[in-house]
Design a protein around this ligand. Sequence first.
Ligand code: NAD
Length: 537
Amino acid sequence: MITKKRNFEVLHDGTLNKSVAFTKEEREQLGLRGLLPYSIVSQDIQVKRVMKSIKRKAYDIERYILLSSLQDRNEKLFYRVVINHIEEIMPIIYTPTVGQACKEFSHIFRRSKGFYITPDDKGEISKILDNWPEKDIRIIVITDGQRILGLGDLGANGMGIPIGKLALYTACAGILPHQCLPVMLDVGTNTQEILEDILYLGYPKKRLEGEEYFELIEEFVMAVQEKYPNVLIQFEDFLTPNAYALLNKYRNRVLCFNDDIQGTAAVALAGVYASTRITKIKFSDLRIMFLGAGSAATGIADLMVFAFEDEGLSKEEAYKRLWFVDINGLVVSNRDDLMEHNLPYAHDYNQLNFIDAIDSVKPHILIGATGAPGTFTKKVIEQMATINERPVIFALSNPTSRAECTAEQAYNWSNGRAIFASGSPFDKVYFNGKEYHPGQGNNAYVFPGLGLGAIISIARIIPEDLFLVAARTLAELVTEKNIQDGALYPRLTEIRNISLAIATAVAEKVYELGIAQNDKPKDLKQFISDYMYDPRY
Ligand code: NAD
């Protein structure tokens, strides 16, 4: 190991520390003799010890804290644990447990991770960014904490999200940890309970809004462009109108995307493609109804329009395939309460309630992205099962407790005919002696690979084409066995290969579109694979 550090400096540096896995020679060289117990163990044994400790904990939030401390203490071991046990660990470091970790962020805070910007830093963002020790940043995940998962305005407590997403970038797609930067744009919170919490660590004021808010973000975007010219910025968990405003402002200017809008869309589209292998309905013939007309649902629909156009439909024909129902009923043109992003989908039609809308429009697929649990009622699922031989039901709201219906309900109420996928994980379900595997439309299927492909090719921007390519690639990786089990997605255990495949396809497209800022490597896939971080010692 090459480092000038010695003794406890080595053991206390999470990027260097191997703890009891340091070899005899390393112990001699780094001045570690006497500082560690006698045994020298493999990383595999260390992983076993960590997994045992995880199992011993009574609550997932305790497991989250344990893993977060491990990430500080021994980064490679942390990633090895995550990669080797991805299906078990992802729900702890990401949704649903990360939601609870955010709610309790100021209460469980130990060591600081990531970068904070507040309105007090106005005019000095560039200067304070110099405090960040790493200079080769390639991916930033930034949130302002205003719409954390389905949990609302958590202010600076939302920092758990950028930290968690970047951990997934590294675990799933092998982005080098030191090239990742989690950012909290802490402009305050409007949640009174948080402002009154004496342990709250964020900027203790009501939210900065309007022009000043956008100016602060502009200053940040400009500062990172200058310091890290090839960086990809992922906008995360912003309130829907701000999410759209930021995406529209920056998508053609800098390398950026919004995962809630575009990443979700690619994952959902992949699931829709896969569902057609079961229903045998041609993709371009599909009618899809959304419950919820916010950023997630609209993002999915926008990408669907792009996908329909790619199949030869006109934009107008594509819009006609997509229907929205929100809290006030069917989204139709004579409503005066719609937001701008709803307008293309507001059809000239009678204003109907949800059930009547299903009855009238007869969708093949229902996609819920409301944050409102229980909104896919028995009647809704039965109605879908009356219209369709194999009704396709996506209950995307996170965390699990907010899903529009459970997997069990979807199978029970459709007499086992539903094809079900959710946003957060559901266990397999037994119905009438048959085993069903609900798919999880987890955003982690797409954003890590997409980000990897974009930074490898140094894309200038991220056009919609890249999400389409990512969705198609993911859908192609759904095996016949997955389909037989009724799952619309591959197993998460395959995530490193999935990310590599998506990254390769995305980078390929970046070169094809002429938006790459480097030359294409001879063997692109091998080049990407060689880049990917491997946490083995
Ligand atoms: P949003 O606040 O932008 O939109 C919510 C929409 O739901 C609004 O249009 C609102 O009118 C509608 N709505 C709320 N309650 C309703 C009800 N009872 N009946 C009908 N409509 C109702 O939120 P968003 O960013 O679009 O996220 C929505 C949900 O999607 C969240 O729970 C989030 O966790 C989930 N999501 C899932 C994934 C994923 O599964 N991969 C990704 C992103 C977001």
